[in-house]
Design a protein around this ligand. Structure first.
Ligand SMILES: Nc1ncnc2c1ncn2[C@@H]1O[C@H](COP(=O)(O)OP(=O)(O)OP(=O)(O)O)[C@@H](O)[C@H]1O
Ligand SMILES: [Mg+2]
Length: 230
């Protein structure tokens, strides 16, 4: 397999329900994403975008088909191996922030490292707090933050372990346009600096236009948009 391919999916199908209620959330999705690429996925609500991201991130299993990460088939790994894959190799950013209410900002950010019994890189923690503008909020709890600030914590948490792959599901959906631009800049500079790969779902075409490639999902079918600017 091509060493420059970090994610490859091979004929992914994901079916929900049976008969009348049957939905093909993924309908024969084959995709290759190169290391260091920024790929945007757009498409109508219910078209299967989140399903695809969750299957790539091993949070969900396809009905059939395979997912490879660095040439290694993850769709045949055990739950234990998968939780290690997620902890070490992936930074997830969800539309809902999923912060832990009883942990303060700093504790939320370093949580993935604690779960992996890894010492946080304190210099990098400081850098992320600076980048996300959260320095003065480091001891605050999520309930004491605005929605935008909570999303910034979620960004920092997704980046703290310098994951090879960042999976972002409408990460700026709840942010105003200024905050949204800032967060996308943080992601773009992170992937450049650490040679990371970014797969980002967005409804915002001005964000999608910044990607190396744009894909469109429609009724579970993924197609690459032509004429993407590079
Ligand atoms: N757990 C589930 N059980 C049944 N159907 C589901 C389940 N999860 C998703 N679906 C269906 O699969 C389809 C794809 O859903 P998905 O969440 O991937 O869409 P999406 O493109 O992310 O939409 P949105 O832009 O609204 O987030 C939808 O028709 C949805 O109703
Ligand atoms: Mg979704």
């Amino acid at each position: 397999m091509d060493n420059n391919i970090i994610i490859k999916t091979d004929s992914l199908f994901k079916q929900y329900g049976e008969g009348e209620t049957k939905v093909m959330a993924l309908d024969n999705v084959s995709l290759e994403v190169g290391r260091g690429e920024f790929v945007a996925v757009t498409g109508e609500s219910g078209s299967g975008k989140t399903t695809l991201l969750n299957v790539i991130g091993s949070l969900d299993k396809p009905t059939s088909g395979k997912v490879f990460f660095n040439g290694d088939e993850i769709t045949r790994k055990s739950d234990n191996e998968l939780s290690t894959y997620r902890r070490r190799s992936i930074g997830f950013i969800f539309q809902s922030y999923n912060l832990i209410p009883v942990l303060n900002v700093e504790e939320n950010i370093v949580l993935p490292l604690n779960l992996d019994s890894t010492e946080p890189d304190m210099a990098y923690l400081e850098e992320l707090l600076e980048l996300t503008g959260l320095k003065s909020k480091r001891r605050n709890y999520p309930s004491e933050l605005s929605g935008g600030q909570q999303q910034r914590v979620a960004f920092a948490r997704a980046l703290i372990h310098k994951p090879e792959l960042i999976l972002a599901d409408e990460p700026t959906g709840n942010l105003d346009s200024k905050n949204s631009r800032e967060m996308i800049e943080i992601l773009k500079s992170s992937i450049k600096k650490y040679a990371q790969t970014l797969i980002l779902i967005t409804h915002d075409l001005s964000i999608a236009a910044q990607a190396d490639r744009i894909f469109r999902m429609q009724d579970g079918v993924l197609t690459e948009s032509e004429g993407t600017l590079r």
